[in-house]
Design a binder for this molecule. Structure first.
Ligand code: ATP
Ligand code: MG
Length: 759
């Protein structure tokens, strides 16, 4: 997001005159409301002060270091930027909400960092802009594509570059279309010939030559057959070329999306990425292989028809042209109205599908709160709105379009009127010529609507294409270096003074130092949100650290190829995701060549074998999207089997046993202990009993390493870990007491003692 704008000359001069030499400009962002009127002012933030500038003069200056508690507040239709000075909260400036609110939110954080650390490096924010900086219009949602300002030439060039290897194939439909058009425009000439020379004697209606007439009719049929055959060849050639082109585009796009870093993928809504891969590409395909050759053919038909009419009866062209300007003007108006109406219809239909998606995803919540009737009512309301809009749009189109085509038909009537006048007066017009001219008039009029829609169609096409190029050109934030190293990981991990924030200015982990030896099991504990999962994300290099380095076996992970790094890591995550497919496929996901025996052995170690055998089709049971048909614990056991079969050098368990009951957890814990032998294991767990075999425990608190040592050492410190252990011990004791008073409960379900046994 842009935090440094260029001020206009007058404002810049005022700023230059006020600023002292030891100040450095860090940020400059606009404000646009002053005392209830719209203005165009600037807030300039230097290393020491804030300058409020409007129309070439400085309205106010504040010393940042005397201010605190920077904040933004959303008011009715506008927002305010506030800070505390001398115990009072002061409104520094106001601005229209939406465009600049995220900017001021980052600035609040930046001012606080400046005050706390005196660090004068400007913060950078990766949040994408939502409005085009050139024209101020909003970007197409979830993209940085502005249909108004996009570089059309550049987009065409990129698109042309993508057609490499297919150009000849893509030219064929055009060439065939040209010939098809020629055949189409020859027919009216033959019709004229048949009427005038063989069917009727001009002016008398007397038949002259039946054989000749039949021959001409046969030629007409033959030419029509050729025209239609060429049209078939053209559409088949288009389908082949289009399909090949789209295949390439989809493959390249998919490869790019999969290779994008976790952080950039997280910024994109899944629905939007899917839309680009499916709908946008399909629309591009339709345009390239369907609409472009058609427009080309229509243009050829129009030009050839006008030329022929000019040769036959030049004055007729005048009558043909008369209704065209009015038609084009009205059609353009209707088009605009239709576009707005269709947009409204699209919005309301999208709302309907979002609503359905929401309800179907959360149907368990809907049912458990007894909200079925409520959702039916809401659905009905949205459905009615959608149906009203669709109905109204249909009525509008079905009324206006016939009226417009009647207007165009008037041109045809004028030509006929002109033709009949000449015919009756025997003034140089034959019956055949009249039939020929009216046929050409229809051929001239038919592509007009398509040409009129061309600017909109082109803009839509270019916008969709730009959205795809936006992804294709996105720089990969986590890329391999030029010659990455493929090492065999032993498992020594050295986390050296790392600081990381999903937004660099808002660190989640600060100055983390940890030394882990190969083969050690490290338990990571801490309150929810303290940064445990973030730390393992960094070790897996799903994100790059902002400062410091992570070293595995003496090599910075940035120098190890991502493939080598991740193929030697096994993870069981907090959220277990199973892909659509059989249970067997899911277990051997990272090792597709695994034998049945290996799959079963892994499932047995993960204590999943027994429940899998009870399923209707055992290992061949299909698990749906996210494995919904299985329980949380069952899914987690499959994920553990997946990690086991992968045989990783570094095993990462992020709440891997959280969804298991105490009894199953004990069984799995034994399995995990077995598989963690001889390999470095990082295990995150809230339930401390899970970490009873950890060699060392790493306690993270507020993004920093609070404690690191063995269980005994940490207990002796009587710090955070000690408190956590005591709290869980108290809870376990009280729960077990409660269970002991209920005789029906089985002894085996007792909550385990959180105290790890290995110290
Ligand atoms: N992708 C993300 N983008 C922005 N912020 C994030 C992202 N993931 C996590 N955070 C934030 O980073 C902080 C640490 O999150 P993290 O997931 O590492 O916590 P945790 O210690 O694993 O918590 P828990 O025990 O609940 O799993 C949280 O404040 C969280 O909101
Ligand atoms: Mg977590």
């Amino acid at each position: 997001m842009k935090l440094m704008y260029d001020m206009p000359q007058a404002d810049k001069q005022a700023y230059d005159a006020a600023v002292t030499p030891d100040e450095k400009l860090m940020y400059c962002i606009p404000f646009n409301i002053l005392e209830d009127r719209f203005v165009s002012g600037w807030m300039a933030f230097t290393t020491q002060k804030i300058y409020k500038i409007l129309d070439g003069s400085i309205l106010a200056v504040w010393n940042i270091h005397q201010m605190s508690d920077f904040k933004t507040e959303v008011m009715y239709g506008s927002c305010g930027f506030y800070a505390d000075i001398d115990g009072h909260t002061l409104l520094l400036c106001q601005f229209v909400s939406g465009r600049n609110l995220p900017r001021y939110t980052v600035i609040c954080k930046a001012c606080e960092i400046l005050n706390e650390t005196n660090d004068t490096t400007p913060v950078e924010d990766s949040t994408p802009e939502r409005f085009c900086p050139k024209c101020n219009r909003p970007y197409i949602s979830n993209s940085t594509v502005c249909p108004n300002c996009l570089d059309k030439k550049d987009t065409y060039k990129k698109l042309f570059a993508m057609t490499k290897g297919l150009r000849l194939m893509m030219c064929i439909p055009f060439i065939v279309y040209l010939f098809a058009t020629l055949f189409q425009t020859i027919n009216p000439i033959l019709q004229k010939h048949a009427i005038d020379n063989y069917m009727l004697k001009a002016g008398t209606g007397e038949h002259i030559n039946k054989v000749g007439f039949l021959l001409v009719v046969c030629t007409i049929i033959l030419i029509d057959f050729c025209h239609r055959s060429l049209a078939v060849i053209q559409s088949r050639a288009s389908a082949v070329a289009g399909h090949k082109f789209i295949l390439i585009m989809r493959t390249v796009l998919y490869e790019k999306i999969v290779s994008l870093s976790q952080s950039s993928l997280q910024r994109k809504p899944i629905g939007d990425v899917m839309q680009r891969v499916t709908t946008d590409i399909a629309a591009i395909q339709t345009f390239i292989v369907g609409q472009i050759p058609q427009l080309f053919g229509s243009a050829a038909t129009l030009i050839i028809s006008v030329i022929i009419v000019l040769f036959v009866k030049p004055v007729a062209v005048f009558f043909i042209v008369i209704p065209i300007p009015l038609f084009l003007y009205l059609m353009r108006l209707v088009w605009k109205l239709l576009w707005r109406r269709n947009h409204r219809q699209w919005l309301v239909c999208t709302q309907l599908s979002y609503f359905l998606q929401d309800v179907l995803n959360g149907i368990r919540v809907v049912k458990s709160y007894g909200q079925e009737e409520n959702t039916i009512e809401k659905h009905e309301k949205t459905l009615w709105r959608a149906s009203d809009q669709v109905e109204s749009n249909l009525k509008f189109t079905n009324t206006v379009m016939p009226l417009l085509s009647f207007l165009l038909q008037l041109g045809n009537y004028l030509v006929m009127f002109y033709g009949y006048t000449l015919l009756f007066n025997q003034d140089g017009m034959t019956m055949g010529e009249l039939a020929q001219i009216t046929t050409y008039t229809s051929l001239i009029y038919s592509p007009l609507t398509a040409f009129l829609a061309l600017p909109d169609t082109l803009t839509q096409f270019l916008t969709r294409t730009s959205k795809i190029f936006e992804i294709l050109e996105e720089e990969n934030e986590i890329a391999d270096i030029d010659l990455p190293i493929d090492i065999r990981i032993e498992g020594n991990i050295h986390v050296k003074n790392i600081t990381f924030g999903y937004d660099a200015y808002n660190p989640v982990l600060k100055d983390i130092n940890v030394d882990i030896k190969a083969g050690e099991m490290i338990g990571i504990v801490g309150h929810s949100g303290c940064g445990k999962s973030t730390l393992i994300n960094l070790i897996m290099r799903l994100y790059d650290v902002n400062r410091g380095e992570i070293i595995i076996d003496d090599v910075n992970i940035k120098h190890i190829s991502q493939n080598a790094l991740r193929s030697q890591m096994g993870v069981v995550l907090q959220e277990t995701l199973l892909f659509s497919g059989t249970i067997r496929d899911n277990i051997c996901y990272a090792m597709p060549t695994a034998t049945d025996e290996e799959v079963i052995a892994a499932a047995k170690i993960a204590n999943a074998h027994d429940f899998i055998l009870k399923l209707p089709e055992g290992y061949n049971t299909i698990v749906g999207e996210k494995g919904y048909s299985l329980s949380g614990g069952e899914r987690q056991r499959i994920a553990i089997a997946r990690a086991i079969i992968h045989n990783p050098r570094i095993l990462i368990l992020d709440e891997a046993t959280a969804a298991l009951d105490t009894e199953t957890e004990k069984l799995i814990q034994d399995a995990l202990n077995r598989i963690s032998e001889g390999r470095t294991t990082l295990a995150i767990a809230h339930r401390l009993s899970t970490l009873r075999n950890a060699d060392k425990l790493l306690v993270i608190d507020k993004g920093r390493v609070a404690e690191f040592g063995t269980h005994a050492e940490l207990l002796a410190q009587k710090g955070i870990y000690y408190k956590l252990v005591m709290a869980q011990r108290r809870m376990a004791t009280s729960l077990n007491k409660k269970k002991d008073t209920e005789p029906s409960k089985e002894q085996s379900n007792k909550v385990s003692d959180p105290l790890p046994s290995k110290a």
